[in-house]
Design a binder for this molecule. Structure first.
Ligand SMILES: *Cc1c(COP(=O)(O)O)cnc(C)c1O
Length: 377
């Protein structure tokens, strides 16, 4: 849970800056690209690491009225920030939790016959349960009724769904055949549920051309600055910035081995700087800088020191990362100076790629030991 300002900036190992103005701009960008469709916001996983209590009020202020979370616990937090919003819980109905949904006016996204039966029984008994969404799978094979089950349910549901939804598997891959197949399957489903609002697009799906043109967009990643169009320039503004403090520097001779298990070897005399962030802060250990990766030409982590990209030297430790700052300006590579781990052009997509993962994982792992500064509120 976010507790903004809980750790004083001068004590923290790193400063996480969250730009709520950029978040609102990004939401408006997707809204403007969504045509007649309403634009919602996905705020699961603590609003992709930015903090539900920060993101939800900012998005509501920009005009967002519909939010999606994964868990009931997240829905309660979103409800506390947005008393009048529509809130859907994507992961569906955990057994026995229907009364909790009703108590706070939360809507489950139902995706199986069992969930539908449990909700129907509860709604019949309660009388005024919130209207749920119906999730139909069109290719992910993860959550949702199968297409045949969904078509068979049309006209036979014991309640009127507020929303019909499905989820893209590959919308960020330009021209992916899977996307066209999902759009076609979803069109069949919509035809079977006339008058029920429909929602298909995540961030990348919201920027498809032509847009799937449905009733409600569900962007997440792009709101937080992630690139929804990996083959084209990122139209989104960065929301998250991470500055780490340099706590020590040292000079090492040619051949010195660095970090746990000596996985990185100095080629010539090098200057090193140690920063106060590690895998316990959610920075992936897989971004470690090792001799093996260098030999194989595999990208590893970098940080910006005085504007210069400085490679990680050795394995990412629990609380620390060592940088090779030899090429950075000396006045920037000193105790107390900041190294940029995210920001100034080093974006979350690149950080994810250099760790062998995706920017989504970088965002949703952002640590709890950072000082958090909210700007643009
Ligand atoms: C996470 C999620 C989204 C948002 O996806 P992004 O790629 O982050 O835009 C939308 N719909 C569902 C069902 C999701 O699980």
């Amino acid at each position: 849970m976010t507790d903004a300002g809980a750790i004083p900036e001068e004590e923290a190992g790193a400063l996480l800056t969250i730009d709520l103005g950029a978040l609102r701009d990004n939401w408006r960008t997707i809204r403007d690209r969504s045509g007649a469709a309403e634009c919602g916001a996905v705020v699961k996983a603590d609003a992709y690491g930015t903090g539900i209590e920060a993101a939800v009020p900012a998005l509501a202020k920009a005009g967002c009225r519909t939010f999606f979370v994964a868990h009931l616990s997240e829905a309660r937090r979103a409800r506390a920030c947005a008393p009048d919003a529509v809130i859907y819980v994507l992961n569906g109905l955990a057994p026995g939790t229907a009364p909790a949904y009703r108590a706070q006016g939360l809507r489950p996204v139902l995706g199986s016959r069992e969930e539908i039966a449990e909700w129907a029984a509860f709604a019949a008994q309660a009388g005024d349960a919130p209207p749920p969404a119906l999730h139909v799978d069109t290719g992910m094979n993860r959550l949702g009724l199968s297409l045949d089950e969904g078509l068979a349910m049309a006209g036979a549901l014991p309640f009127a769904p507020a929303l019909l939804m499905s989820h893209f598997t590959s919308a960020e891959e330009e021209g992916a055949p899977a996307t066209a197949a999902q759009i076609a399957a979803f069109a069949r489903l919509r035809a079977a549920f006339p008058g029920v609002p429909a929602s298909l697009a995540n961030s990348s799906g919201s920027l498809l051309e032509p847009a799937p043109g449905l009733d409600l967009a569900r962007p997440g990643y792009a709101l937080y600055g992630g690139c929804p169009t990996p083959d084209r320039p990122n139209p989104m503004r960065p929301v998250v910035r991470l500055d780490a403090t340099i706590i020590q520097t040292r000079d090492v001779p040619d051949g010195a081995v660095v970090g746990y298990n000596g996985r990185w070897t100095a080629r010539g005399p090098r200057r090193l700087a140690t920063i106060c962030v590690g895998y316990a802060d959610g920075y992936p250990r897989s971004a470690s800088g090792t001799d093996d990766k260098r030999a194989a030409g595999i990208e590893a982590g970098v940080a910006l020191v005085g504007g210069v990209r400085c490679p990680f030297a050795g394995t990412v430790s629990m609380d620390l990362i060592i940088l090779d700052v030899t090429d950075a300006p000396a006045e920037s590579a000193r105790r107390g100076a900041r190294a940029v781990l995210i920001g100034d052009g080093l974006d979350i997509d690149e950080v994810g790629r250099r760790a062998g993962t995706v920017g989504y994982e970088i965002l949703t792992s952002l640590g709890r030991r950072y000082a958090r500064r909210l700007v643009g509120a």
